[in-house]
Ligand binder design. Structure first.
Ligand SMILES: NC(=O)C1=CN([C@@H]2O[C@H](COP(=O)(O)OP(=O)(O)OC[C@H]3O[C@@H](n4cnc5c(N)ncnc54)[C@H](OP(=O)(O)O)[C@@H]3O)[C@@H](O)[C@H]2O)C=CC1
Ligand SMILES: CC(=O)[C@@H](O)[C@H](O)COP(=O)(O)O
Ligand SMILES: [Mn+2]
Length: 409
């Protein structure tokens, strides 16, 4: 089972996983403008990019719900600009919260399941986004998913939920948006493999001794993308690419042995699909998240948009490709192995990585300590049960405790 099947919601609960599912056109035709959008993680990197897209297409999309974690000032500014019907802050920094704002973890689900919301953009970072993804899909919404951790942690449960309840899962992650665009209209039997591109991160040309000494500011210097700190560190370790291979496996139903990663330092080719006849389609564009965000909102249609700089191949000069240096970036193989192992292993990989990255950012762990912690956690806990949501949440919690204990906090 390959291609776009898991991206599309099935029409009813009886539809088997491998059967043709409701078409994208059917899904989009159910969504007539103006479309109510809930934006979870509105104050982050993807969140603010999404608001720029929504602002440019005000006649078509209305941000009816905005949430953030604790950045009350930034959220307040967004509220003043967009006047959403619902505002939620997970962890208010003070008691001086406007009375009508939602607060606590439940505000993500409240925002995502409102009757006036048709599309939920999940731009929360980390496993904290999972509950709202599941709630939105259960309520039959389209989820424009940036929060890849959702699929790494519980990919089978998330895609089953989309299929069972008629919700739709559309990737925002640039590589997966590229694959979706390359696959469009192709039969699953036409596809040989997916090729996911990686920038290589800030340490692409560093040797292993130098990488081991990398500072936080070194690791936050991403060569091509402006992103939140967690994903920027994931790009430096290549954990991000492991998360993306697992994400692609679940979104497109492609076996791991038919998903490859290639380093492409310019981040212009966002990913490729090789077909059975040897022909390869690539999707290209300037490195701006506004492109995949808009596509996830309009899919399978395209809207005219002039929001990003023009694409100038001659100006770009050359596009280059390299093999991954697996010995110097062991996180990629570790994460893919956890994905292949299945069960709780990917959830353990994800949670251990989240906690290890937070310790690195806080100066409590050296850069090389991130992969050491994650590897030890997967060895210790990867065989925990992972067949239910409760089991996966238990594995996630155990991995967090394990890494915290190891780092000594
Ligand atoms: N940035 C990018 O270009 C890309 C990001 N992604 C993925 O998108 C997601 C978001 O990334 P990015 O925008 O960079 O991250 P940021 O750190 O910039 O933003 C995260 C957002 O989520 C909120 N948030 C943080 N923790 C919680 C929590 N526990 N509960 C609820 N909300 C929370 C933050 O609120 P507050 O501001 O109040 O802390 C903020 O609005 C990640 O999964 C990332 O992997 C995927 C592709 C590209
Ligand atoms: C923009 C986006 O989708 C990120 O996931 C990006 O791909 C990160 O860059 P790396 O290729 O360095 O991980
Ligand atoms: Mn990506």
């Amino acid at each position: 089972m390959i291609a776009t099947e898991n991206v599309i919601a099935s029409a009813n609960a009886e539809t088997p996983a491998h059967a043709p599912t409701r078409s994208l056109t059917d899904m989009s035709s159910m969504i007539t403008p103006p479309v109510g959008v809930a934006l979870l993680g509105a104050t982050g990197s993807v969140g603010t990019s999404a608001l720029r897209v929504l602002e440019r297409h005000r006649e078509r999309f209305v941000p009816v719900a905005l949430t953030a974690h604790s950045n009350q000032d930034a959220l307040q500014e967004q509220v003043a600009q967009f006047s959403p019907a619902y505002v939620g802050l997970v962890a208010p920094p003070t008691d001086e919260l406007p009375e009508d704002w939602g607060k606590g973890r439940s505000c993500l689900v409240e925002a995502a399941t409102r009757p006036d919301v048709q599309i939920v953009i999940n731009a929360v970072v980390g496993a904290a986004g999972l509950e709202a993804t599941l709630a939105a899909l259960t309520a039959g919404k389209r989820v424009a998913l940036a929060n890849k951790e959702t699929l790494v942690m519980a990919g089978q449960i998330v895609t089953d939920t989309a299929r069972r309840h008629g919700g739709a899962l559309v990737p925002v992650d640039s590589e997966h948006s590229a694959i979706l665009q390359c696959l469009a209209g192709r039969e699953p039997s036409d596809v040989r493999r997916l090729i996911i591109t990686a920038s290589g991160g800030p340490f692409r040309t560093w040797n292993s001794e130098r990488i081991a000494q990398a500072t936080v500011s070194d690791a936050l210097r991403h060569p091509t993308w402006q992103m939140g700190s967690k994903i920027t560190i994931d790009s430096a370790t290549l954990a991000n690419k492991a998360l993306e291979v697992i994400e692609a496996h679940h979104l497109f139903g492609i076996p791991y042995d038919r998903i490859d990663v290639v380093v492409h330092p310019q981040s212009i080719v966002h990913s490729l699909v090789e077909f059975v006849d040897g022909s390869v389609l690539a999707q290209m564009g300037v490195p701006s998240m506004e492109l995949p965000i808009l596509y996830a909102l309009t899919w399978p249609e395209r809207l005219p948009d002039a929001g990003v700089p023009p694409f100038d191949l001659v100006g770009l000069g050359s596009l280059t490709f390299e093999a991954v240096r697996h010995d110097d970036f062991p996180m990629l193989a570790l994460g893919i192995a956890a994905g292949r192992q299945g069960g709780a292993a990917p959830a353990v990989f994800n949670a251990a990585n989240e906690v290890a990255v937070a310790h690195f950012l806080d100066g409590r762990l050296p850069f090389a300590g991130i992969v050491q912690c994650v590897s030890a956690a997967v060895d210790a806990l990867g065989t925990m049960p992972g067949d239910t949501l409760d089991a996966l949440l238990a594995a996630d919690a155990a991995a967090r405790d394990y890494v915290n204990a190891k780092v000594g906090s």
